[in-house]
Write a protein that binds this ligand. Structure first.
Ligand SMILES: *[C@@H]1O[C@H](CO)[C@@H](O)[C@H](O)[C@H]1NC(C)=O
Ligand SMILES: *[C@@H]1O[C@H](CO)[C@@H](O)[C@H](O)[C@H]1NC(C)=O
Ligand SMILES: *[C@@H]1O[C@H](CO)[C@@H](O)[C@H](O)[C@H]1NC(C)=O
Ligand SMILES: *[C@@H]1O[C@H](CO)[C@@H](O)[C@H](O)[C@H]1NC(C)=O
Ligand SMILES: *[C@@H]1O[C@H](CO)[C@@H](O)[C@H](O)[C@H]1NC(C)=O
Ligand SMILES: *[C@H]1O[C@@H](CO)[C@H](O)[C@@H](O)[C@@H]1NC(C)=O
Length: 399
């Protein structure tokens, strides 16, 4: 192949590209959207709705490698939640496989597994529990799951009575070595730490990370500055606190003999950096950018910005997305708060290249895709948006 042919192929790839998003909404649908780009102009089009995840889908977990999508239904109007699994088809449609009734109020789910290929999924239940399920197949085969175990928490609640009346597990994340599961508990100001049984994948509680009283930890993200994961590798944990509106950095070290983790507080900052939010901020999601250099946080209720609406006829009250640069000692340097172009960015996801970020706006019933400068880490401007019926709860890329 000659050089000019290579260039024309590259131009061709740049001129038209497509990827997909899956979006969950509390109105009851999981929507598949196609994002296409041609000569720098993007469009975002809903192509399929799945209705099987029940009335209040709260979270989507994509297993892109095996073409499976898991959805938890918070079951707001009922005393139980549910877990649904789907096979992802080439055209972005979803084939429903199974529903299982779960404990009340699942709000997050994470895949994990053991070295021999046994796989499972952990659910965090806002209604004071975690539960685990094993997957029927290690690979793309059977998308079914079986119930494995559950634990209900009763620890004494935190000081903010209206939000901390009981334990409220909000997420489950694996540490970079894949050995421990961490569960931020908004109701009791701790990040619960578990190891897991390599046979049935049930979780065993270890010592927790205790946050400031009234912090309300919601979600967390790990960072390995050198991009390598091992027990002796430098590792940090960033926790976004929904009630105090802060982000806390911890240095993580591994205890000997699989005895758990130690945490050393390195930095605590306002989730909006040095900006003063007009209203009380209730930050939501936190993640490290794909280039491993920046931390992104969704700010809700802050109403820091007034960007123009779609036809530029008026301005809208907008919450924001914060970007911090990650320093080698674990501390954070505020870089930017960018308008989210709407209200309550409950969840966001960056694409693999890190040049696009999709934001799910819970109260605006919209998904907005922004372009992002991978060198500076700055979110630049909205490039596409789609209206989604109801309150948007999560948005994931399927590339
Ligand atoms: C999905 O549902 C919405 C209503 O919320 C509807 O406007 C849209 O046409 C549906 N999309 C498809 C592809 O069926
Ligand atoms: C449904 O909820 C009830 C009440 O919380 C609980 O006892 C039961 O175990 C739940 N069912 C399942 C299948 O988790
Ligand atoms: C980590 O380092 C310690 C000494 O600093 C060593 O004893 C231990 O074997 C190392 N652990 C691993 C998993 O490499
Ligand atoms: C939003 O901000 C207002 C004004 O500060 C406050 O009264 C309200 O409690 C905040 N909502 C949340 C969910 O934090
Ligand atoms: C959900 O999707 C179905 C099928 O496309 C559609 O008929 C319905 O209007 C959608 N409901 C909402 C609330 O978006
Ligand atoms: C899961 O099963 C499908 C049909 O197989 C139903 O349509 C859904 O309503 C059901 N979902 C829940 C949460 O029960």
């Amino acid at each position: 192949m000659n050089f000019s042919r290579l260039i024309s192929l590259a131009l061709c790839a740049a001129a038209a590209s497509a990827s997909r998003l899956f979006v969950s909404s509390y109105a009851g649908n999981v929507t598949s959207l196609a994002l296409t780009e041609k000569d720098g102009a993007y469009s975002l089009t809903p192509t399929y709705n799945a209705t099987e995840c029940g009335t209040s889908p709260s979270w989507l977990t994509l297993d892109a490698t095996n073409g499976l999508l898991f959805c938890v239904n918070e079951g707001m109007a009922t005393s139980n939640g549910s877990l649904s699994s789907f096979r992802v088809n080439q055209d972005g449609s979803l084939s429903h496989v199974q529903n299982l009734t779960t404990l009340a109020g699942p709000v997050h789910a994470t895949l994990y597994g053991n070295p021999s290929g046994r796989r499972g999924i952990v659910l965090a239940h806002y209604g004071s529990a975690i539960s685990t399920y094993t997957l029927k197949a290690a690979g793309p085969g059977d998308a079914g799951v079986d119930f494995s175990s559950s634990q209900t928490f009763t620890a004494s609640p935190g000081p903010v009575a209206d939000r901390q009346n009981a334990p409220h597990p909000h997420q489950a994340i694996l540490d970079p070595t894949g050995k421990y599961m961490l569960v931020p508990d908004l109701g009791t100001d701790q990040i619960r730490v578990f190891s897991y049984n390599s046979d049935n994948l049930a979780l065993n509680p270890l010592d927790s990370l205790v946050t400031d009283p009234g912090a309300g930890p919601r979600h967390a993200a790990f960072w390995t500055p050198n991009g390598v994961s091992c027990e002796n590798c430098t590792t940090f944990l960033y926790v976004v606190n929904e009630i105090s509106g802060t982000v806390a950095s911890y240095k993580v070290s591994y205890r000997e003999n699989n005895a758990g983790l130690r945490f050393e507080l390195k930095d605590t900052q306002n989730a909006l950096g040095h900006l003063v939010s007009p209203q009380r901020n209730a930050p939501s999601e936190i993640s490290v950018s794909p280039d491993n250099r920046f931390l992104l946080i969704g700010n809700r209720n802050d109403t820091t910005f007034n960007p123009p609406n779609k036809d530029k006829s008026a301005t809208i009250k907008s919450d924001s997305i914060s970007t911090f640069a990650l320093n080698g000692d674990g501390s954070l340097m505020f870089v930017q708060a960018a308008p989210a172009y709407g209200s309550y960015p409950r969840h966001f996801s960056t694409n693999k290249a890190g040049n696009l970020i999709a934001v799910g706006l819970q109260k605006s019933s919209e998904v907005v895709v922004f372009n992002r400068d991978v060198v500076t880490g700055l979110i630049v401007k909205p490039v596409a948006m789609a209206r989604i019926e109801g309150e948007v709860s999560s948005v994931v890329w399927n590339e």
